[in-house]
Design a binder for this molecule. Structure first.
Ligand code: PEP
Ligand code: MG
Length: 571
């Protein structure tokens, strides 16, 4: 028995055997074969198994994530049925009398190089498809198991160096009890998705993939950030108890599902949810969300080979708005970059992706992409209570440009005779310190602010949110952060606007009393955090907390802030 400590990324306890998501060793030797027919048969069998796996994965992606995510697997299936690729492999086996592994690798490499050197972006993407499917076929030829997160059909804990958002989205909640990774932080996007899928997770363990063997029994404690490897019977029992207590607590929280979020002294705040796909709306409603405070639209663009069309986007936005009825839905325009990549845009690699060409910067330059999204949003606006916000705004000029494009598209649609709602609020995310500092100037022009602390903290303390080695500097309660947040809220209120927060800090039990004291209007968090937050707020007095405001803002360190809040709120 040994244990590892990481970052508690998603609540709950998982106990199951380890399933390593690592590409197996696919090395092979070139062999001369006499019976080339049976070699071709081996190839055909490996192709057939690969196809049937991909069919299942595609179906799973379609039902759990929607058509657009399933498309990438259709492209992979096409490759496996393409005679232009398969015939030359068979010919090579027959004419050169070589083994199937060698013929597959030589032929695939030739096509990969050919496609990679092509000018056309679409053709270059085919190289990536061939690389991907060849690995799968090779694994079947070598008879080694190939990881298929979407096909897991027994209870496991998934272990990986890292999980991309689309890996995470493929995990089937019914079987995947939890996951744990070497890298990542509480605000990395795999952690955020784990919370919306309600899978317990511990990230940033540094070396769980080295410490754990396939099939080891693991306990993942997503409440306290611990991973126990091959636990004793006693430990299993005590964690089962912890899990039961957690379930009971959830039942207590659920009692407040249909209640408003009101403090002990009668002040109402809005508790809303962050979502990534229309499928997440069910979880928001089940957890008593009063709206959607952040719809991260980039997942519509990820896990596929091309940009989503206007109609595809319209369908997704309409679906979210309709499901939410009159409740507000804040949709954020495309925020690609940082740890969310779109390989098909072929953007050059950057030294500092989080500080680079991303989000609104990309949208203002690629206004073709941006206008398509804006049109889809405007067309969907009549189906519910839509608010639109722009990410990563650093200057007033960026906001003005983005808003002008939105109004241009609105005019065009109106002229074309398409109905567009007349009262869409237009706001910004405050996640860059420059914007937080001059929030007064912004407040005159925007309808609302949503403070994105996941990025605001990393930029203010210069600490990469993905890098667990500097995670000690990633301090939500740092007085500098509190002062920036305070400045934004005051600026909004001075102009009669509202201020929300959609970074993970909004759902944090130490931060909640501080944010109440500072007067935050809307708290947007993972759906599963809403009921605990509502329970907590019910027992807090906003006015008493507000009397500590100046004291909190002038504290020296994050530790001082935390100790003070713990003492005042008995945590
Ligand atoms: C943020 O930065 O706080 C935020 C909510 O956006 P994201 O986590 O998607 O960068
Ligand atoms: Mg952000």
């Amino acid at each position: 028995m040994s244990s590892l400590t990481g970052i508690a990324a998603s609540n709950g306890i998982a106990i199951a055997k380890a399933y390593k998501l690592a590409i197996p060793d696919l090395s092979f030797e070139k062999k001369n074969v006499e019976d080339t027919n049976s070699e071709v048969d081996r190839l055909t069998k490996a192709l057939d198994i690969s196809k049937s796996e991909l069919e299942k994965i595609k179906e799973h992606a379609r039902t759990s994530l929607g058509d657009e995510h399933a498309e990438i697997f259709s492209a992979h299936l096409l490759v496996l049925s393409d005679p232009e690729l398969i015939n030359p492999i068979e010919d090579k086996i027959k004419t050169d009398s070589v083994n199937a592994e060698f013929a597959l690798d030589e032929t695939a490499q030739m096509f990969i190089q050919m496609f990679e050197n092509m000018e056309n972006e679409y053709m270059r993407e085919r190289a990536a498809d061939i690389k991907d499917v060849t690995k799968r076929v090779m694994a079947h030829l070598l008879d080694v198991s190939f990881p298929n997160p979407a096909l897991i059909d027994e209870q496991v804990v998934v272990i990986a160096e890292d999980l991309t958002p689309s890996d995470t989205a493929q995990l089937n909640k019914q079987f995947v009890q939890g996951f744990t990774t070497n890298i990542g932080g509480r605000t990395s996007h795999s952690a955020i998705m784990a919370r919306s899928l309600e899978i317990p997770a511990v990230v940033g363990t540094k070396d769980v993939t080295e410490q754990v063997k396939q099939g080891d029994i693991l306990i993942v404690d997503g409440i306290d950030g611990e991973v126990i490897i091959n636990p004793s019977e006693e430990q299993v029992k005590s964690y089962q108890q912890k899990q039961e207590d957690f379930e009971k607590q959830k039942q207590e929280w659920a009692k407040l599902k249909d209640e408003p979020s009101v403090s002990k002294d009668g002040h109402h705040v809005e508790l809303v949810a962050n979502i990534g796909t229309p499928n997440d709306v069910e979880g928001v409603l089940n957890n008593g969300g009063e709206g959607v405070g952040l719809y991260r639209t980039e997942f519509l663009y990820m896990g596929k080979n091309e940009l989503p069309t206007e109609d595809e986007q319209f369908d997704a936005y309409k679906s979210v708005l309709e499901q939410m009825g009159e409740k507000p839905v804040v949709v954020r325009t495309l925020d690609i970059g940082g740890d969310k990549e779109l390989p098909y845009l072929e953007l050059p690699e950057e030294m500092n992706p989080f500080l680079g060409f991303r989000a609104i910067r990309l949208c203002l330059e690629r206004d073709d992409i941006f206008r398509t999204q804006l049109r889809a949003l405007l067309r969907a606006s009549t189906y519910g209570n839509l608010k639109i916000m722009f990410p990563m705004i650093a200057t007033l000029d960026e906001f003005r440009q983005a808003k002008a494009l939105l109004l241009e598209e609105k005019d065009k649609l109106t002229q074309e005779g398409t109905d567009v709602s007349d009262d869409i609020e237009i706001g910004i995310m405050v996640e860059i310190p420059s914007t937080a500092v001059i929030a007064r100037q912004f407040a005159k022009e925007v309808d609302f602010f949503s403070i994105g602390t996941n990025d605001l903290i990393q930029y203010t303390l210069a600490a990469d949110r993905m890098n667990e080695r500097v995670s000690y500097l990633y301090q939500p309660y740092h007085p500098a952060i509190l002062n920036l947040v305070h400045n934004v809220i005051e600026a909004a209120h001075a102009e009669g606007k509202w201020a929300g927060m959609c970074g993970e800090m909004a759902g944090d039990s130490i931060a909640i009393p501080i944010l109440l004291a500072l007067g935050l209007d809307e708290f947007s968090m993972s759906a599963t955090s809403i009921l605990p937050a509502r329970t907590q707020i019910k027992d807090l007095s906003k006015e008493e907390l507000a009397s500590y405001k100046e004291q909190l803002l002038s504290m020296n360190t994050a530790d001082d802030v935390e100790a003070f809040v713990r003492e005042k709120t008995n945590q």
